[in-house]
Design a protein around this ligand. Structure first.
Ligand code: FES
Length: 244
């Protein structure tokens, strides 16, 4: 069995990065102050590697940086024009697959999909046909609204409910273009979900799919998280608007 040294280095876009045994490429990059774009991954949740926005090339092979363990002496590419184009296409497809009406969305300005679009330099999303799905909005719960028209299937609510809340309120249902996030009841009001669950926390849903009633527009547009600083700013302050 190959055992990794406790600490080792690899190169990321030509820069030497130190990693610890067991760290993913993304974790090591974060620790080195190098941001790799991501949507389904977030702090505190087990990575699931589904959105692929964190795509990088490891020794020439495309992998997801959030799930791929760092390897000693390897060469990782992240900010090349080719990889940035992959990311733009992936993010564009998310905009086309759902109903993302930013100007009227409660999450505008704190939405990671919108912020990622800005970070990657997407100024319009006209590359693919809009699917314009018709999905019912579940507003049955007294405190919470579930609007899967805005869902990007990141699974963060599923993992938070299962792994942190111990409830399994959310789950994927359906297949292919019909895949969506469902709940373990006829609707949200039938579940044991609570406004205090980690699955409902503002930082868990990256878009405007899970909305807390009574908190709508709690911060003025123009004064929200990504209105003030670009996504990724916590990792690489001041570099968020470079990704054209
Ligand atoms: Fe790695 Fe989504 S952040 S696949």
């Amino acid at each position: 069995m190959n055992t990794l040294p406790e600490k080792f280095t690899f190169t990321l876009d030509g820069q030497s990065v130190t990693a610890r045994s067991g760290q993913s490429i993304m974790e090591a990059a974060d620790a080195a102050g190098i941001y790799i774009p991501r949507l389904c991954d977030t702090e505190g949740l087990k990575p699931q590697g589904s959105c692929r926005v964190c795509v990088v090339k490891l020794n020439g092979r495309t992998v997801a940086a959030c799930t791929q363990p760092a390897r000693p002496e390897s060469s990782v590419e992240s900010e090349t024009p080719e990889i940035q184009q992959y990311r733009r296409d992936l993010v564009r497809m998310l905009f086309h697959e759902g109903n993302h009406l930013c100007p009227i969305c409660e999450a505008s300005g704190r939405c990671e999909l919108q912020a990622m679009g800005y970070r990657l330099g997407i100024t319009q999303a006209t590359k693919y046909p809009y699917l314009q799905p018709v999905r019912p909005v579940d507003a049955t719960h007294p405190d919470i609204v579930l609007d899967t028209n805005r869902c990007i299937l990141c699974g963060r609510c599923i993992r938070a409910s299962r792994d942190l809340d111990g409830k399994n309120v959310f789950e994927y249902v359906g297949r292919g273009v019909h895949k969506k996030v469902g709940v373990n009841g006829a609707n949200l009001a039938d579940t044991n979900v609570s406004i205090h669950d980690r699955a409902i926390a503002l930082e868990t849903c990256p878009v405007g799919c899970i909305i807390q009633k009574g908190k709508g527009f709690f911060a003025p547009i123009g004064n929200r998280q990504f209105d003030l600083t670009p996504i990724g700013d916590k990792v690489d302050p001041g570099k968020g608007s470079k990704g054209k």
